[in-house]
Ligand binder design. Structure first.
Ligand SMILES: Cc1cc2nc3c(=O)[nH]c(=O)nc-3n(C[C@H](O)[C@H](O)[C@H](O)COP(=O)(O)OP(=O)(O)OC[C@H]3O[C@@H](n4cnc5c(N)ncnc54)[C@H](O)[C@@H]3O)c2cc1C
Length: 447
């Protein structure tokens, strides 16, 4: 079976750090080509759309791009179960199914991720407290193993392999296809409520009090200090019903076409500094209109997708995301320390997001019941030093880092934060005894 092989000059994740020069990228269209690639390579890792930030979708010997495997295969309009190949992007599913009254059950903050990537990272959205992760909505998947077999996994069939694959960062095999449940919607709009929260305690109390809302997320002003520490805007959301749209909207499931913008060049590093971000944050907090509004789903879930290649605003060196989750019992104290350390460092995080997560099963899945904080920083030595301090606070408070956002974590933090890592490793050793599936990240962290 011939494979289209191309040698790419360089490969990176969304953060543009680290970068792999002269990476070998293979492209697989369908199951037969995936199996051929697995048979031919000593070591490789699957790659979706490269929206993970660091190095989990890069192999030191070979990377297998699943983007050509993008067929929608079956849809059951009674149950809402969609079966598709792993390289299909959420954006494509939304384009096809929103006008028919269906939405993805869980979505990350970008729609440019593949179904394979969403399962392998077991991604969470603004509804994790109620709906769980993407994997919780997967009925079954097919997985190409290191020995060439393709097996079906589900919560009932090969259940341990299913649990290891949801959140398993591509290390159990290549997800060929998946069947998962879509949810019904009446409109393409979200009924949003915006609330100002003066500090961390207030926003946490608001999250707790508003758990009946389907979606919740807070933007945090991570440069606010003292009594303002944790000052934030909480956004609550529900899929709008047809009778909640203004009268006369004859096509409640169709959005008017929108313009996207592209960042034309890598920004110079000085454009994002503590002064520009502090000024932006203060203005953003004050200007935000409290109260209710109707907003289209694209603007609500994917505001950054409207600016294509926005990762280039961090310039050539790229950027790093710090994302951890802390259990509920320690979250208030731990978040206070994290935010205080960031505010004192004066290092500007342009994006700072807080979410409430619910209970989660799984072996290497990130979510646990508690709060997750995500912060972006430019990639430089100062940031690496700051992140080590943030790691220490995470470990002290029983938290864990998110592997899909990681590019530089230490193995100890991951071992401590993921108590089921040993179980994951024994399942992996059973199905892939030679460690054929490995990424730069898995080598770095000894996964
Ligand atoms: C702007 C932005 C916002 C984000 N917001 C969120 C968020 O709110 N919540 C959240 O959970 N995540 C979020 N993410 C992270 C993103 O959802 C994950 O990194 C997701 O895995 C990316 O999907 P991808 O298809 O690009 O996968 P890639 O980045 O290409 O790969 C990610 C991992 O999946 C594995 N993989 C990919 N395809 C397969 C396959 N077919 N079989 C086996 N393994 C495979 C890879 O080996 C790798 O380990 C965000 C990312 C960005 C850029």
């Amino acid at each position: 079976m011939a494979l289209t092989e191309q040698t790419q000059a360089s490969l990176s994740g969304w953060g543009n750090f680290p970068r792999l020069r002269d990476a070998r990228v293979l492209r697989a269209r369908g199951e037969a080509e995936m199996r051929a690639a697995i048979a031919q390579e000593r070591s490789l890792i699957a790659r979706g759309n490269g929206r993970s930030y660091g190095d989990p979708a890069m192999g030191s010997r070979a990377t297998l791009s699943l983007l050509p495997s993008d067929r929608l295969m079956a849809f059951d309009a009674d149950s809402g179960v969609l079966t598709c190949e792993a390289g299909v992007m959420l954006a494509d599913i939304l384009d096809v199914f929103v006008p028919r009254g269906w939405f993805v059950p869980v979505t990350p903050g970008t729609k440019f991720v593949t179904v394979g990537g969403a399962i392998a990272s077991n991604v969470h959205g603004k509804n994790h407290h109620g709906a769980g992760s993407f994997g919780n909505h997967v009925e079954s998947l097919t997985l190409a193993l290191a020995d060439g077999r393709v097996v079906r996994c589900s919560p009932q069939e090969n259940a341990d392999l299913f649990a290891a694959t949801c959140g398993g960062m591509g290390l159990t095999g290549v997800i060929v296809s998946a069947s998962f449940r879509l949810m019904r919607i009446e409109t393409a709009y979200i009924r949003q409520e915006t609330h100002h929260a003066a500090n961390l305690e207030t926003v946490m109390a608001m999250f707790e009090a508003n758990q009946a809302w389907t979606y919740s997320v807070a933007w945090i002003d991570c440069l606010a200090r003292g009594p303002d520490l944790g000052r934030s805007l909480l956004y609550l959301g529900e899929h709008a019903r047809a009778d909640e749209l203004p009268a006369g909207n004859g096509q409640p499931l169709v959005l008017p076409p929108k313009a996207t913008r592209r960042v034309p060049i890598d920004f110079p590093a000085f454009a994002l500094n503590r002064w520009s971000v502090r000024a932006f944050n203060a203005l953003y907090y004050r200007r935000a209109q409290a109260g209710g509004s109707l907003i289209d789903y694209d603007s609500y879930f994917y505001p950054l997708d409207a600016i294509l290649e926005w990762n280039r605003i961090y310039g050539r060196p790229g950027f790093l995301q710090f994302q951890c989750v802390l259990p509920k019992a320690t979250a208030a104290a731990g978040l206070r320390l994290l935010l205080d350390r960031v505010a004192r460092s004066g290092r500007a995080s342009f994006l700072a997001v807080l979410k409430l997560l619910g209970k989660q099963d799984g072996l290497l899945s990130f979510p646990m019941e508690g709060y997750t904080l995500a912060l972006d920083f430019p990639a430089d030595t100062g940031t690496l030093g700051l992140m080590l301090e943030l790691d220490a606070i995470t470990a002290d408070h029983g938290g864990r880092p998110y592997l899909a956002k990681d590019s530089r974590c230490g193995a100890t933090l991951v071992r401590q934060g993921y108590p089921h890592l040993g179980e994951f490793q024994s399942i992996r050793a059973r199905v892939d005894p030679t460690g054929k599936f490995s990424s730069l990240q898995s080598e770095r962290l000894g996964l």
